[in-house]
Design a binder for this molecule. Sequence first.
Ligand SMILES: Nc1nc2c(c(=O)[nH]1)N[C@H]1C(S)=C(S)[C@@H](COP(=O)(O)O)O[C@H]1N2
Ligand SMILES: [Mo]
Length: 387
Amino acid sequence: MKQHKSRREILKGSLAAAGMGFLGGTQWVLPALAQGETVVPFTDLPDVINWQRTPDRRMFDVRTIDGVFTPRDKFFTTQHYGHPTINAETYRLQVSGLVERSLSLSLNEIRALPSRELVFGFECSGNRGPINGLASNGRWTGVSLQTVLERAGVQELAREFVFLGADRGEEEVEFRGQSYTVDQQYGRSLTRDQALAPEPLLAYELDGQPLTAFQGYPLRLLVPGWYGAPNVKYLSEIHVQADQYLGKYQARWYRTLKGEMVNGEMKWKETAITKMRLKSFIARVSYNGRRHQVFGVVLNDGTPIRSVEVKIDNGSWELANLDSETSSQYSWKYFTYDWNGASSGEHTVVSRVTDVNGQVQPTVEELAVKKTFLEHNAQHPRTIMIA
Ligand SMILES: Nc1nc2c(c(=O)[nH]1)N[C@H]1C(S)=C(S)[C@@H](COP(=O)(O)O)O[C@H]1N2
Ligand SMILES: [Mo]
């Protein structure tokens, strides 16, 4: 607690003093930290990082983390069809298909339903080191999906719940060498069990204020513990059906091809992007005198964490401290490791996380059976230069 406050103060002061901006194409300049705390440069980063290449894709600089929640204007973002303009007055959430009563809910009607808060940090399934900028942590407010579905009444035959955004575009659908161009909305689906579970939230606030256009104004689905793609923004329709939804962003664009040994035979499985794989990464190394501190982030599906360990160069794995401020189930989590007596020169620093089921974050070698690049949760050694 105390440690975080001081880090926040330190960074706020020094970033403001340096007049630093983190927007489009700005090169990151190391902040001169106050109170003797200095950031050690990573040597595995490109010289110039384009944090916001387009309005639709913005990375968060994890070296600047200075509190539990990512600031609203720094929250990472990515979307496929730009930001649709939605009029809050005429906006309606449609619930249709295999329900007892179709619904058409205004924002006020949605806000009048019982609300709850959710602390949920997630990453895009394409997030990876060394930058790891497609991840953030938020405090969201909204209504349980369950509450809305109970109001509509779900029919016996309902198996698949399709969530469609108001954003749309032309997509090519390939079929046996032929290609058809059709208009499509961003869409994702949940099975009956997933949709009727208590966790999913229809969120209308981030950090106590209406969602930004980047984060899906006016309403988005959040599936706690899952990757970014299922968290449908600009949510305009929930369609309940019996057959499987095979839209592009459900079945094709977001999937993983991975080998798995079954009865001594390698089976190649293609799977949808759902729960976040167990991951930790090092976000920053700083020093005060000869005391160095390694600071990092853990993301997973909400399974409690047993430990995080840090390894310097070819040393042994050493236990890191898990931060209690980020201990709620679906928050991303912080860890720190105090490293004494670091010598000058280049060093390699790596972290690995283990959950209470004994699952350990894999090494790059162990993850080699994964062919496609999404869900890359391997341990990531980083290099730093100590003066
Ligand atoms: N409507 C809509 N929802 C969407 C997307 C999109 O393109 N359209 N992109 C998804 C992807 S791939 C990610 S990683 C997250 C990003 O959420 P954020 O912009 O709030 O960080 O939104 C998801 N929800
Ligand atoms: Mo994503």
